[in-house]
Design a protein around this ligand. Structure first.
Ligand SMILES: Cc1cc2nc3c(=O)[nH]c(=O)nc-3n(C[C@H](O)[C@H](O)[C@H](O)COP(=O)(O)O)c2cc1C
Length: 399
């Protein structure tokens, strides 16, 4: 495939050389485009030697006056690694003040971005908003790793490993459309159960796993109905989003939309308990201890297990211990076809993290551990196994 590798001016620019080498080794044709700042970190000669092509850097020192347009048209995928905060901002706002950003605007194919920056730059609301804009355009973001950064700080911001970026590119290149014609009902996020008009109980679910599943399913061609509890994430482009707050609302919407669904994935962390009679007025603070009696919320997964018909039902089990046994118990007691077991409460995996490490427990008796990886990647592995499982179940039923 003909790829453009855009390199921006960050400390991690040297790692782009390794990425260029990997992409060449995989048989791609790689055209490197550098920002002027990137040239301060690595000389274009490094990339020219690795790719066997002249590196494009200067908008005004090129052979043809419209080279940025022809380069955009001749290539099938644009990957930017490292993507600096500055470049991400310029892309989000449509600036075209160098070769790379001008080319970006003229480019109509898929875009993969691997950001790298200082942790505070990464967490700055401006960067978050710009990345949300780029995600909203359907660009794939390869999340940076956490760890020791060149600036001496520790946290997220380190460029993902070149192998991980190459894998994200491979997924984009070989994007399977194996969910075309299918309707998926996915639930995500926590629920909030009111205690009075201003207070609620909830849990630490961020919704990231359910949203990653929805994004992956859309990319693979599915129609996706996403029923989401309150989260701080933009809905993935192309999904039909239904926002709910409580477990009762979640249940109502799940059964209202069950009809067309072929596959149901319950990734939401629905609250297990709620107050069935919520006071009309705010409960006043006094010196006295108060107690509230909580009732169990409706068990949506168990009800789905009874009503699923021929649909595939996939549940999630968030556990702090005995993961595999608990996932298997849930699979059997709720009549699921697969349960994704998720160890929560361990560092940098599970609820609020961008990464996850899960075990898939299948109706066929198999248990498949998936090593720690970005949630978007885990989502694709889950779908690979869901489709295999369906074939195995059909074969077992003599279809
Ligand atoms: C030593 C040094 C290291 C830098 N590292 C980064 C970085 O890792 N990420 C980043 O977003 N900006 C980094 N910057 C800032 C960018 O170089 C600066 O924002 C520049 O305008 C980026 O230009 P570009 O986006 O056109 O490549 C660094 C600057 C210096 C001087």
């Amino acid at each position: 495939m003909k790829l453009i590798l855009g390199v921006a001016g960050g400390i991690a620019a040297y790692k782009a050389a390794e990425l260029a080498r990997l992409l060449m080794q995989e048989g791609h044709e790689v055209q490197v485009v550098m920002t002027p700042a990137a040239e301060e970190f690595v000389r274009p000669l490094t990339f020219a030697a690795l790719t066997g092509r002249k590196v494009l850097t200067n908008l005004f020192a090129i052979e043809s006056a419209i080279e940025h347009i022809s380069v955009a048209q001749e290539h099938e995928l644009l990957v930017i690694a490292p993507a600096t905060a500055d470049l991400i901002a310029r892309m989000a706002h449509g600036l075209a003040d160098d070769f790379l950003t001008t080319l970006y605007l003229a480019f109509t194919g898929p875009v993969v971005l691997a950001p790298a920056m200082n942790v505070n730059m990464w967490q700055h609301p401006a960067t978050r908003a710009n990345l949300d804009t780029l995600r909203g355009r359907g660009h794939r973001i390869v999340e940076p790793d956490s760890g020791y950064l060149a600036c001496g700080m520790t946290g997220p911001g380190r460029l993902a490993d070149p192998e991980i970026i190459a894998e994200a590119i491979a997924r984009e290149v070989h994007q399977r459309r194996d969910l075309e014609g299918e309707t998926l009902l996915i639930t995500a996020g926590p629920t909030q159960e009111p205690l009075d008009p201003v207070r609620y109980i909830s849990n630490r679910s961020s919704g990231k796993m359910g949203y990653a599943l929805a994004e992956a399913a859309v990319a693979r061609g599915a129609r996706v109905i996403l029923i989401s509890g309150p989260v701080h994430l933009p809905p993935p482009p192309g999904v039909e989003i239904i926002n709910v707050r409580t477990a009762i609302e979640m249940r109502e919407q799940v059964f209202a939309h069950l009809g067309p669904a072929d596959i149901v994935i319950k990734a939401a962390a629905v609250a297990d308990f709620h107050l069935s009679k919520v006071p009309d007025q705010k409960v006043k603070k006094t010196a006295a201890r108060i107690s509230m009696e909580l009732d169990p919320t409706p068990d949506i997964l168990a009800e789905l297990g009874r009503k699923k018909g021929d649909r595939l039902l996939i549940g999630f089990a968030a556990e702090t211990q005995n993961l595999q046994q608990e996932a298997r118990r849930k699979l059997e007691s709720k009549n699921c076809d697969m349960v994704v077991g998720n160890l929560v409460g361990v560092s940098d995996s599970g609820f609020e993290s961008d990464q996850n490490e899960v075990i898939l427990v299948l109706r066929t008796g198999e248990s498949i551990p998936l090593p720690r990886a970005p949630k978007r990647e885990i989502a694709d592995h889950i779908f690979d196994h869901v489709l295999k499982l369906r074939l195995a179940l059909h074969a077992a039923n003599g279809h």
